[in-house]
Design a protein around this ligand. Structure first.
Ligand code: B12
Length: 242
C-alpha cells in the first residue's frame, strides 16, 4: 500500500507535467506510479486529465496559446501510453457491445474522445474509432457497416457540434432504434435531448455508465423483440402500427 502522501505527490507530478508540458517528467511519474502499484485509472483521471483542465483555464485566460496546448496534449498522451495497459476493469463486469466513436467534422479536439474510448475499451467494448475531424457521413457508413450498438460523437466547439444532429437524423433514418450518445464541453442534457440523442455524459466514467445502461436496454429490447416476432414486429424489426 502506497502512502497517501506519496500518491498525492505522484498525482501532482503528473498534473504539473501536463501543465508545464514536461513530457519526460510525465513519463517518469507514470512509471513510478506503476512501480509503486498505484491505480493507473486514478493516475489518468486525477493526474493527466486534471492537468489538462488547468491547461484549459490557461488557454481561456490567454496565458497559453495553441503551441503550448499542443505540447501539453503530447505530454498527456505520453503518460496515457504508459498507464493505459495497466487499467483494470472487473472481468465479471466485462460487457459484450460495440461502439462507433469519433470527433465530428471540423474538430480536432480528441483528448476527451480518447478518454471516453479508453473507458469503453477497458469495459470490454469493441471500438470502431474514426478518429478526429470525421466527415459526418462516415459515422453513418461505419454504423451501417459494423451494426454497432452505439454511435458516439464528440465535439468541443459550438461551431462543430452542429454536425451532431445531422448525423443523428441520418442514422435514425436508417434505424429508428439506433442508440446515439453525444458529448464534449459544449454539450449538455438539454441540447442532447433537443437533438434526440439517447444520452450524454459530462466525463468519461459518466459516458461509460450511460453506454452500459444503453446496452442493458438494447439487450432487453432484443429479447422482447425475439419473444414477439413475427406476430407484432415487421420484417425490419420495427413495431407495426396497431
Ligand atoms: C486541448 C485544446 C486544444 C488542442 C487540441 C489537442 C487535441 N489533440 O485534442 C489544440 C491546440 C489543437 C486546440 C485547437 C483549437 N482550439 Co482548443 N482547446 C483545448 C482545451 C484547452 C482543452 C480540451 C481538452 O482536451 N480538455 C480535456 C478533456 C479531458 O476534456 P473534454 O475534451 O471536455 O472531454 C471530456 C468531456 O467533455 C467528455 N466527453 C468528451 N467527448 C465525449 C463524447 C461523448 C459521447 C461523451 C458522452 C462524453 C464526452 O468526457 C471527456 C473526458 O472526461 C479547450 C479548453 C477547455 N476548457 O475545454 C480548448 C477549446 C475547446 N478550444 C477552443 C478553440 C477555439 C480552438 C481553436 C479554434 C483555436 C485556434 N484559434 O486555432 C482550435 C480549433 C482547432 C479545430 N479545428 O478543432 C475553444 C472552443 C470554443 C467554443 N466553445 O467553440 C476552447 C473551449 C477554448 C476556449 N475557452 O476558447 N485546442
Amino acid at each position: 500500500m502506497v502512502a497517501e502522501e506519496k500518491q498525492q505527490e505522484i498525482l501532482e507530478r503528473l498534473q504539473n507535467g501536463v501543465i508545464e508540458f514536461e513530457e519526460d517528467e510525465v513519463v517518469e511519474a507514470a512509471n513510478e506510479a506503476l512501480e509503486l502499484g498505484m491505480d493507473a485509472y486514478k493516475c489518468v483521471i486525477d493526474g493527466l486529465a486534471a492537468g489538462m483542465d488547468v491547461v484549459g483555464e490557461y488557454f481561456a485566460g490567454g496565458e497559453y496559446f495553441v503551441p503550448e496546448v499542443l505540447m501539453c496534449a503530447d505530454a498527456l498522451y505520453a503518460g496515457l501510453d504508459i498507464l493505459r495497459p495497466h487499467i483494470k476493469f472487473d472481468p465479471s463486469k466485462q460487457v459484450k457491445g460495440s461502439v462507433v466513436i469519433g470527433t465530428v467534422e471540423g474538430d480536432v479536439h480528441d483528448i476527451g474522445k480518447n478518454l471516453v474510448k479508453l473507458m469503453f475499451e477497458i469495459a470490454g467494448f469493441t471500438i470502431y474509432d474514426l478518429g478526429r475531424d470525421v466527415p459526418l457521413d462516415d459515422f453513418v457508413e461505419k454504423y451501417l457497416e459494423t451494426d454497432a450498438d452505439i454511435v458516439c460523437m464528440s465535439a468541443m466547439m459550438t461551431t462543430t457540434m452542429i454536425g451532431m444532429p445531422v448525423v443523428i437524423e441520418k442514422v435514425r433514418a436508417k434505424n429508428p432504434n439506433a442508440k446515439i450518445m453525444v458529448g464534449g464541453a459544449p454539450i449538455n442534457e438539454d441540447i442532447a435531448q433537443k437533438w434526440g440523442a439517447d444520452a450524454t455524459g459530462e466525463d468519461a466514467p459518466n459516458a461509460l455508465q450511460e453506454a452500459l445502461n444503453m446496452i442493458g436496454v438494447l439487450r432487453d429490447l432484443d429479447e422482447f423483440q425475439a419473444e414477439r416476432k413475427p406476430k407484432e414486429w415487421g420484417a425490419d424489426g420495427v413495431m407495426e402500427a396497431e
